[in-house]
Design a protein around this ligand. Structure first.
Ligand code: AOF
Ligand code: ZN
Length: 339
């Protein structure tokens, strides 16, 4: 296990472990670890969510005494802090691991810096192996811990003429079943789903994750922004998931409150007024739009006209265009002009 080629191969396996279907998206990053001894892999582990053992500890437990002199390949730099669990740097060094191969550096101030700590304890550390791939596993988490606020994805379902509802403004089926299941898959990955009071009043959405065969471990918190009152019978207030009704209409303040609750990724689900206020404050980070093959001809559009001082045109670096059922999905990162 001394060749860079073998490290890359083991890192690929660790990346696959990090993305196991049982590895949740949440407050903590998704991390995988493979421990390789002279005769091959002796331990594998991945992280199952905040409060559970880190990937390294799971893999070390499996390896037992075979960890001595072995190489631990980890998708994220091992933590050096005592958080909900103890430092992985200690666990690796005391198990006698000789070398640690790291993917992504840990961007958090308290846990980051484990590579230097390991070197100080006499462990060889190789950094930056498949670092880009490793970071891609935790794009939103990395953004959130670096920027101190959750990553925001704006989801919309629009007709070809850019409308999100029919003439009466009420709920109109726009996209098909396949697109709707994709939205539930997307909801399953976020920590919060945010809507304005207007959407609650017009559509009475449930904002829950409904996927056949999918076990919802921690449902995203449903957040209602705005000052209008919503009926006590609104679906969003039922007991199927936690709900935060905030009288606050200021995107940055609401995002800070969500960051304090450990939310790393927010899904903005409507309506147009809310999207406008997030966009004006440059607080939309990515779009995930479904465009349906339908011309509604009348009704509200996805975004109201620009307000004074608001954001003008914004570009999107598209990473995905797919056909989902009969609808077209466009995913990409928002690019704001520097000003
Ligand atoms: C994880 N899983 O496998 C690794 C992590 O305070 P804690 O115990 O929840 O630790 C969370 C931090 O530990 C996390 O933000 C990251 O910096 C580091 N590594 N975290 O949840 C893991 N290896
Ligand atoms: Zn750790």
């Amino acid at each position: 296990m001394t060749s860079p080629g073998a490290w890359v191969e083991a890192m690929r396996e660790a990346l696959a472990l990090a993305q196991d279907p049982e590895a949740p998206y949440g407050e903590n990053p998704r991390v995988g670890c493979v421990i390789v001894g002279p005769d091959g892999v002796v331990g594998r582990g991945f992280h199952r969510g905040a409060g559970t053992p880190h990937a390294e500890v799971v893999a070390l437990q499996q390896a037992g005494r075979q960890a001595r002199g072995a190489t631990a390949v980890v998708t994220l730099e091992p933590c050096r802090h005592t958080g909900r669990t103890g430092p992985c740097t200690e666990a690796l060094a005391s198990a006698g691991v000789a070398r640690v191969v790291v993917g992504q550096p840990d961007p958090t101030p308290d846990a980051g810096g484990g590579a230097a700590v390991l070197r100080g304890m006499g462990v060889e550390v190789v950094e930056g192996v498949l670092a880009d791939e490793a970071e891609r596993v935790n794009v939103e988490w990395t953004f959130a811990v670096t920027h101190g606020r959750p990553f925001v994805t704006w989801k919309a379902a629009v007709s070809l003429d850019g409308r999100v509802a029919g003439a009466d403004g009420g709920p109109t089926p726009i996209t098909g079943d396949a697109a709707r299941s994709e939205v539930h898959r997307l909801r399953a990955r976020v920590g919060a789903i945010v809507v304005g009071t207007g959407t609650v009043l017009a559509d009475d959405p449930s904002l829950t994750v409904r996927l056949p065969g999918h076990r919802v471990v921690a449902p995203p918190v449903r957040v209602v922004m705005g000052s209008r009152a919503i009926p006590a019978t609104s679906r969003v207030l039922d007991s199927s998931a936690p709900t935060m009704v905030t009288g606050d209409r200021r995107p940055a303040e609401v995002l800070t409150a969500l960051a304090d609750r450990g939310v790393r990724h927010v899904l903005l689900e409507g309506g147009p007024t809310l999207a406008r206020s997030f966009l004006d404050d440059h607080l939309v980070d990515s779009v995930d739009w479904f465009v349906a093959p339908l011309v509604l001809g009348d009704g509200p559009v996805a975004l109201p006209a620009v307000s004074p001082g608001g954001a003008g045109p914004v570009g999107v670096d598209v990473s995905e265009v797919t056909i989902v059922g009969e609808d077209v999905r466009v995913v990409g990162r928002v690019r704001y002009e520097e000003n």
